[in-house]
Ligand binder design. Structure first.
Ligand SMILES: [Zn+2]
Length: 153
């Protein structure tokens, strides 16, 4: 069911085309068109098919692009991960190390499928790490904390 006001003309089950849209300064219309593929239906009418969800709109010249623009805004920034704030990989690795130390988790913790899944869900740019990386990270944090402690004394 569509909850948008604009009626899709046809719904097809074609594969979803995940093309990444480079974000630079362009007009809204041309941005919208990057989200769509123009084609002519069997009656020769110009149509626009969304590359992301296969929704089809009538592609009229002139005012007809408003629906396309509106629809494409849903995908603004997608495909290059920019709808998420940039991930501080270093901070994330530090956090993971802290969790391992605090709760005495095994280094294999970072390889657990559920954890990898969860992290990826939270941020798609997350780089999963191996137990060896986790181990060296924990040692790094440990050394850093030791240095901190030394400077206090
Ligand atoms: Zn769509």
């Amino acid at each position: 069911m569509s909850i948008e006001g604009d009626e899709p003309v046809i719904q097809t089950e074609d594969e979803v085309n995940e093309s990444s849209v480079p974000s630079s300064k362009r007009t809204k219309t041309s941005m919208a068109w990057e989200c769509f593929e123009k084609f002519f239906d069997d009656k020769g009418l110009p149509k626009a098919k969304c590359k992301n969800c296969d929704k089809i709109y009538v592609a009229r010249d002139g005012g007809g692009t408003l629906n396309l623009i509106k629809h494409s805004l849903k995908y603004d920034g997608r495909g290059n991960g920019s709808s998420y704030p940039p991930l501080d990989q270093e901070k994330y690795r530090e956090k993971i190390s802290e969790v391992i130390v605090k709760h005495n988790y095994p280094f294999t913790f970072v390889e657990h499928e559920g954890i990898v899944d969860l992290l990826y869900f939270l941020h798609p740019d997350v780089k999963s790490i191996s137990r060896n990386t986790a181990k060296s990270d924990v040692l790094k944090v440990y050394r850093k904390e030791k240095e901190k402690l030394k400077s206090y004394l």
